[in-house]
Design a binder for this molecule. Structure first.
Ligand code: PLP
Length: 463
């Protein structure tokens, strides 16, 4: 690999500092109406390994790995170099009439890790467009098969699947929907598989039975001839790292198979090493979906790339159909982007070359150390799997009462941790931790020590 060249390009000096420019010109993601278009957020200037440096030059552990994505860590010369080389060789080609080599090679490498007969990839620009592509594929598939009525979508409370119209319509958290329009008539919502919030006195096994019964009854009530797909994250990530009860996902998979309902496993977060495997669907949860969506970790966040991995059986059904000329009228200018696919190939080399092994080796230590935070009275539960975990705070440990939302406890913990050297992803009364997969045991100790102190200081604030 060629060394990364020093840039001879001198960027024009900005007329004001970044915060001022952001306030004047940036629309930030997830803004409130009261501050939209006038908001600056904490500046991050650089990154290295598991660390980032903020606007004041403070080094912070990147607790959420960006947005669950910087799996191989920041400032990897292997990844930067490949992007430079690929951009110098071919920075773009027209995917309508031509193709490039990195995308074909990457599709083959990804399919080799896939469960069942998931053999083909449609590359997108991220997770939302991957989920959107899968949903539109289901609609096309059922139209071509002569089932135009079979289009309803099943999703669950606590789900997050994206910010495009259809993908966002699947989202289950109230805040994601309160002020937004969604395709409500297309989506049927089921309960979140959250064992921590199961009915009082119910065993986890009985809770799994209840979830499966709800699913089966919903299919029976609506009719399988109306339902096109179930979409679910193996572990609900943004919903608070909800690890489903054992055996529940395979049972849902069987109901889908029996009723010709496509099972779409959204691995945008869980894929590419977060749970120690390239895909968690089969290797961790024992399911073979019809479609897997992925993004984020596929390039370790170095390039906006995602994709949907689709079953050969579905493609064969389409090829065999009575409508050989029907078109899946779906494409993106940046599908199969050569630079994105090249960096994803280099990222796969890193994951397969040791990072996956490392992630599997340190995951139990990561979970064990974080679990010690349950000693703190504010903490109701620490849960997780692989290198993703959530600290859920409660007002009352007896009843596991969620804290009053206006406390925004997650934000308070994040603010304290920031001053102590750790970035946290706050979710109302929860803190999500999903560091780069290269984190060492001693760095896990540092992370947990800071988080403990941040939570303790928050308890003092609330006292
Ligand atoms: N699916 C899941 C499970 C996600 O967590 C996300 C984003 O966090 C998405 C889809 C959407 O991905 P993107 O933000 O890349 O569009």
């Amino acid at each position: 690999m060629a060394a990364v060249r020093d840039s001879s390009f001198e960027r024009q000096a900005p007329e004001a500092d970044a915060e001022e420019l952001a306030r004047r010109h940036l629309v930030q993601p997830w803004p409130y109406a009261g501050s939209i278009g006038s908001e600056a957020r904490g500046l991050i200037g650089s990154g290295d390994g598991i660390y980032v440096t903020d606007g004041e030059g403070r080094r912070l552990i990147d607790g959420p790995a960006g947005m669950w994505c910087v799996n191989a860590g920041h400032r990897r010369e292997e990844l930067a170099g490949v992007m430079y080389e690929q951009a110098m060789r071919l920075s773009y080609n027209t995917p309508w009439y031509t193709m490039n080599e990195p995308s074909a090679v990457l599709a083959e490498r990804i399919a080799a890790h896939a469960p069942g007969d998931l053999s083909h990839v449609f590359f997108t620009t991220g997770g939302s467009s991957a989920v959107e592509s899968a949903l539109r594929f289901m609609q096309f598939y059922n139209n071509v098969r002569g089932w135009p009525e079979k289009k309803l979508l099943l999703s669950r409370g606590g789900a997050y699947h994206g910010s495009t119209y259809l993908s966002a319509s699947l989202n289950g958290r109230p805040r994601d929907r309160d002020w937004m329009d969604v395709a409500d008539g297309l989506v049927v919502k089921l309960s979140s598989p959250d064992p921590f919030r199961r009915p009082e006195g119910m065993t986890v096994e009985a809770f799994a039975d209840q979830l499966v019964d709800e699913f089966a009854e919903t299919v029976a009530r609506i009719g399988a001839d109306k339902i096109g797909a179930f979409v679910g994250e193996p572990v609900q990530a943004s919903g608070g790292v909800i690890v489903p009860p054992p055996g529940y996902l395979p049972r849902i998979r069987e109901i889908c198979r029996d009723n010709d309902i496509l099972y779409v496993s959204d691995e945008v977060v869980t894929g590419f090493g977060r749970l120690g495997e390239i895909f968690a669907s089969q290797d961790v949860f024992g399911i073979d979906p019809d479609i897997i969506t992925f993004a984020k970790g596929v390039t370790s966040g170095y390039f906006p790339l995602g994709g949907m991995l689709v079953s050969e059986r579905l493609l064969a059904d389409l090829r065999r159909s009575n409508h050989p000329d029907a078109m899946y009228a779906h494409g993106l200018t940046y599908t199969s982007h050569p630079v994105g696919c090249a960096v994803a190939l280099a990222n796969l080399d890193l994951l397969e070359g040791g990072i996956l092994d490392h992630a599997r080796a340190v995951a139990p230590y990561f979970q064990e150390r974080l679990k010690t935070l349950e000693e703190l009275p504010l903490v109701g539960e620490v849960r997780g799997v692989g290198l993703m975990a959530c600290v859920e705070c409660v007002a009352d440990r007896e009843s596991n009462d969620p804290l009053k939302l206006d406390y925004e406890v997650g934000k308070r913990i994040d603010a304290h941790c920031h001053s102590l050297g750790l970035l946290v992803r706050p979710l109302i009364h929860m803190c999500v931790m999903s560091p780069p997969l290269i984190i060492s045991r001693s760095q896990i100790d540092d992370m947990v020590a800071i988080l403990r102190e941040g939570i303790s200081r928050t308890m003092d604030d609330l006292a």
